[in-house]
Ligand binder design. Structure first.
Ligand code: PEP
Ligand code: MN
Length: 362
């Protein structure tokens, strides 16, 4: 896939502004009055794109599943009255056709649709021969190939104005986020497709209002192009995602505070200083790899020893002790214990793999 960032619809929307691409609007269109009231407040903030879900994919039946087709007329009215461009989620070919009939400017594919290649292909087929910008949310599960695959299906249908939306990944582990950001996945996407605009959806990552600003700022620190924030005139009484929606007033504060960083150092001296630090980082990484090689050589020796004595590889007590002590050492050294614990999980897997191999060699 080849993208031309400068020429893309999304880049042009924010052209000349030292501010991110700003997308805002309610999780769901609930009533004509709610849609118009929100749009009026957001039009005053010069947002680039007004969002509202019409068809809502909900985990359980009997929750509010969106107002359906009639909401399209409200979005059309938003365009006419406030001159805002509008976007909504589509999940079927029928949604695409109806949205296009109503002049919806941008479509987005939701996380629960991106996971399903059949559904994405159906949408792609409905988009053949149509030039409408499409934003593809990451799949619910942390699978980069599935995300890229969905983008490819839409691209192959001839849609070139594409953007990716990072909305976080579902996880069974308890965390402060509703959907874990797993930043390395969007970073990898960006590394592969540098000209593909990428937008953060801090509302679905955070799941609560307090984390919307820090998640958005982190995304901008990483060089994201835009931010999509769910906004509702009365968030506490929203029919979906109440905890994570903000008022238009709060949205204005968030946008005011967000800072876009420069893409690079703009002074030779600064470049040189960064280069010096990078050289030191290279040297530190050499040391880390040498230490790992030393550790693995010792692991092999102990593997041989276990083999001679016909002792099983997995020694749970020893590993519990390793995780405990290394986290403690990390804390003493001023590095995050959880980070070191994660690192040791990887080291453990590799140590077990090596020793199992040794045990089974003739
Ligand atoms: C939404 O944007 O309201 C939505 C349903 O998002 P997601 O597909 O990310 O869950
Ligand atoms: Mn939502």
């Amino acid at each position: 896939m080849k993208f031309n960032y400068k020429e893309s619809f999304f880049a042009k929307l924010r052209a000349g502004e030292n501010r991110p691409l700003r997308i805002a609007g309610p999780c769901s269109a609930e009533s004509e009055a709610q849609v118009m009231q929100t749009a009026q407040a957001l039009a005053q903030q010069n947002i680039h794109l007004f969002r509202a879900g019409i068809w809502k994919p909900r985990s359980r039946p009997n929750s509010f599943e969106g107002v359906g087709f009639k909401g399209l007329a409200w979005l059309k009215q938003v365009k006419q009255e406030f001159g805002l461009k509008v976007t909504t989620e589509v999940a079927t070919a029928r949604h695409v056709e109806e949205a296009l009939n109503y002049g919806i400017d941008v479509l987005w594919i939701g996380a629960r649709t991106t996971v399903n290649p059949f559904a994405v292909q159906e949408i792609a087929d409905a988009l053949k021969g149509v030039q409408v910008p499409v934003m593809v949310k990451n799949p619910v599960n942390p699978d980069l190939a599935l995300w890229i695959g969905a983008i490819e299906r839409i691209y192959n249908a001839g849609v070139t104005d594409l953007a990716a939306i990072h909305r976080g990944f579902s996880s069974y582990q308890k965390s402060k986020y509703r959907n874990a950001p797993v930043w390395q996945i969007p970073i990898e996407l960006k590394a592969r497709f540098q000209s593909l605009p990428i937008i953060v959806d801090p509302s679905h990552i955070a799941g609560n209002r307090d984390l919307i600003f820090p998640v958005s700022q982190k995304a901008l620190d990483l060089g994201y192009d835009g931010v999509m924030i769910e906004t509702h005139p009365d968030p506490d009484h929203a029919l979906s995602d109440a905890e994570q929606q903000v008022t238009p007033a709060r949205l204005a504060e968030i946008f005011e505070k967000l800072q876009v960083r420069k893409t690079n150092y703009d002074d030779v001296e600064l470049v040189n200083r960064a280069e010096e630090l990078r050289l030191q980082i290279d040297a530190a990484d050499h040391d880390i790899i040498a230490a790992l090689a030393k550790r693995m050589a010792l692991v092999e020796q102990i593997g041989e020893y276990k083999k001679q004595n016909n002792v099983q590889v997995l020694q749970l007590e020893r590993w519990k002790e390793i995780f405990r002590s290394r986290a403690e050492w990390a804390e003493e050294a001023g590095i995050t214990p959880d980070f070191v614990a994660e690192l040791y999980k990887l080291i453990h897997v590799e140590s077990i793999r090596k020793q199992t191999q040794i045990l089974n060699e003739d």
